[in-house]
Design a protein around this ligand. Structure first.
Ligand code: HEM
Length: 406
């Protein structure tokens, strides 16, 4: 049995180290977790995401104290009880609503930073794949949360999205009813989406964040030039006092202080939205209670789903479903479709540079087209943008195969 110091004060550093190796943990996870110096504020987005998820969890716990998952009471429990009867209920709701919207903005920035710098390649494939799993589960979390106020858009967006599982002309037998627990969204439907939103999906997200951090530990984060170097040797230089010469800094306290600085600026922006512009995160149609007999004239999802919705909409049912399924899974394949050996910023990578900007602009166009009603000329622009999206992904292996080694 290991030797324990009888005189160590309970819960002191020494006491904890002897029992759970707290000093080793600190070294591995913070003071000797090395980060390249050559990175910019975009590398703080991961921590900004983690912090926003924390805000969503805390505000969600407060909302859960008064929310009632019952089709007859859900709408009032949110719009009346929480918003006007509970002290600061409105604040928690605005934090939760704004957080749910802004978290997707940050996720997209984080994803496109990874694509721009090629951070999904050469040892970093699992970082990308775990990130994509987070994206999918976050999407399910946002969708299930959107059902809970049981307003018109909750009901009808839920109807449209669950209808996707009818499988077009395949008429997947009873799958939609199995998902809804009924023929139409009702109590069984609300109950299961409530469970998913407050229990199962948050647990999966927490597990995936831990896994995502784990996948970062060995390959280390990428840097602005995609430069590869010996982290252990650079860390030795740093520890020996050659801090200027070393290409790395410890995560804690040096990089963490920069993360906290970026988070500070982010939270000023975040709370500005919470207090002055929360309405952008709340659809006016959802302030009418759910009514299964009255279809809203125009049904659309929240802004962060619009690009994939617009890939579905311009096509007839079956090709539309295939295109939609393609859009959902294709980002997972990125590390394997990019055939170039170069890990470098897109602006140094020949045709890939154009591919990157074309994809970004195309997804922004799809987002705008997904919001407008399906009338001309928007329908045609949406169709061209949807075909371009698919073509860009089909072209990716070819253009990256042709790329010269830097
Ligand atoms: C939603 C929760 C997420 C959290 C909390 C999170 C957190 C982080 C953190 C802390 C880092 C390291 C620092 C940084 O580069 O920002 C990181 C890196 C990374 N993440 Fe995420 N992430 C999330 C989602 C995603 C998604 C959706 C993707 C894309 C599919 C992704 C892909 C990556 C990649 C490729 C890196 C490596 C960056 C590099 O090596 O330079 N992450 N993530």
């Amino acid at each position: 049995m290991a030797h324990f110091d009888e005189n160590a004060r309970p819960f002191s550093n020494k006491w904890l180290d002897e029992r759970i190796g707290i000093n080793t943990l600190k070294r591995v996870l913070s003071t000797e977790y090395w980060i390249p110096k050559n990175i910019n504020f975009l590398w703080a987005m991961g921590m900004v995401l983690a912090a926003t998820f924390g805000m969503l969890l805390i505000s969600g716990i407060f909302l859960l104290m008064y929310y009632i998952p019952d089709t007859k009471q859900a709408f009032d429990s949110v719009n009346y009880t929480i918003m006007s009867q509970v002290g600061y209920g409105w604040l928690w709701r605005h934090i939760h609503g704004v957080g749910a919207s802004v978290v997707f903005l940050i996720i997209y920035i984080h994803m496109f930073t990874g694509i721009y710098y090629g951070s999904y390649k050469r040892g970093r494939e699992l970082i990308w794949l775990s990130g994509m799993l987070l994206f999918v589960v976050f999407s399910a979390e946002a969708f299930s949360g959107y059902m809970l106020p049981w307003g018109q858009m909750s009901y009808w967006a839920g109807m449209v999205i669950t209808n996707l599982f009818s499988g077009g002309s395949l008429h997947a037998n009873g799958l939609v009813e199995w998902i809804r627990g009924d023929y139409i969204p009702g109590q069984a439907y609300l109950g299961r989406f409530f469970m998913l939103h407050v229990l199962l999906l948050p647990l999966v997200i927490i597990g995936l964040i831990v896994f995502h951090f784990g996948t970062l530990r060995l390959p280390h984060v990428n840097n602005k030039d995609g430069e590869e170097f010996d982290f252990a040797a650079e860390a030795e230089k740093y520890k020996a006092g050659n801090k200027k010469e070393s290409k790395v800094i410890p995560f804690n306290p040096v990089f963490l202080s920069k993360d906290v600085f970026v988070m500070g600026i982010y939270f000023i922006f975040f709370f500005y939205l919470v207090f002055y512009h929360f309405e952008f995160a709340m659809d006016p149609v959802n302030f009418d209670p759910a009514n299964g007999l009255k279809t809203p004239t125009h049904i659309y999802p929240e802004w962060y789903f619009l690009w994939s919705y617009e890939i579905l909409r311009p096509f007839p049912t079956d090709p539309g479903l295939i295109a939609f399924a393609f859009a959902q899974v294709i980002f997972f394949a990125l590390p394997f479709l990019d055939r170039s050996p170069n890990v470098a910023p897109a602006n140094r990578r020949g045709i890939f540079k154009f591919w990157f900007w074309a994809l970004l602009v195309d997804m922004i166009i799809l987002t705008f087209m997904g919001k407008v009603p399906p009338v001309q000329p928007w329908s045609n622009i949406g169709l061209v943008a949807a075909v371009t999206f698919i073509a860009l992904w089909i072209l990716l292996p070819i253009i990256t195969k042709l790329e010269k080694k830097l």
